[in-house]
Design a protein around this ligand. Structure first.
Ligand code: ZN
Length: 221
């Protein structure tokens, strides 16, 4: 374990909770930061807070309501449907969201004396979010280091994993059941297996089914 401190960008969902366990195994000190940007479900914030408390992780919730004021979107507004038209970004995309989150996380991390910023962004199940791409994260990493004259390292443990492999990682970390039963991914605000019908639930379920059948095949060998 590195004697270093990390800040995890944490939403209480499957990906960022897996990242939290990943960071806890790797770094001697871990804190989590969650952004309140007027999510449809306040439950998302409660879920994140509860997980952090249970894992004994210091949790910071930062107000980012400005984001919704600038760019109303399907994650914050009930009157905008979650959909993706051919050749367009999905309505869940918010211009600048990930860039701003990582930037604010970096300001906080420097205050806390942490060099590592851990984020669950991923290019594999890529819905087309430009600021979740590896090339963007690397570019921002350089910019942040220059802007604050500080040697940040942005860690992206899920960048090249598909959803099944993310479940596998949680299992390797001994967190499979925890992630499966305690995290909130569903756009309709239902913890664990969710509503089963929204795009986030579909993606989560497909990954879980794929991983469980992989695991079963592994056990048979
Ligand atoms: Zn759902």
């Amino acid at each position: 374990m590195k004697k270093e401190k990390a800040v995890v960008v944490f939403s209480g969902g499957q990906d960022s909770t897996t990242c939290l366990f990943w960071a806890m195994e790797r770094f001697s000190e871990v804190e989590a930061v969650t952004f309140n940007y007027g999510q449809r479900h306040k439950l998302e914030l409660d879920c994140a807070a509860e997980i952090a408390k249970e894992l004994n992780i210091k949790h910071h919730i930062l107000d980012m309501s400005l984001l919704n004021q600038l760019a109303p979107n399907a994650l914050t507004r009930d009157d905008i449907a979650i959909e993706q038209k051919e050749g367009e970004l999905p309505t869940t995309f918010v211009d600048g969201r990930n860039m701003l989150f990582l930037t604010f996380a970096a300001v906080l991390a420097k205050q806390l004396g942490a060099k590592h910023i851990v984020t669950g962004v991923c290019e594999t199940d890529f819905s087309g979010y430009p600021d979740c791409r590896d090339i963007f994260v690397k570019s921002l990493n350089v910019t942040l280091n220059l802007s604050m004259d500080y040697p940040f390292v942005i860690d992206t443990p899920l960048m090249w994993l598909n959803k099944a492999q993310t479940w596998e990682l949680s299992d390797t970390l001994g967190a499979f059941e925890f992630v499966r039963t305690r995290t909130l991914t569903c756009y309709n605000g239902i913890i664990a297996d969710g509503c089963g019908a929204c795009p986030a639930c579909e993606l989560r379920k497909k990954g879980l089914d794929d991983y469980l059948s992989m695991r079963l095949q592994g056990a048979k060998r």
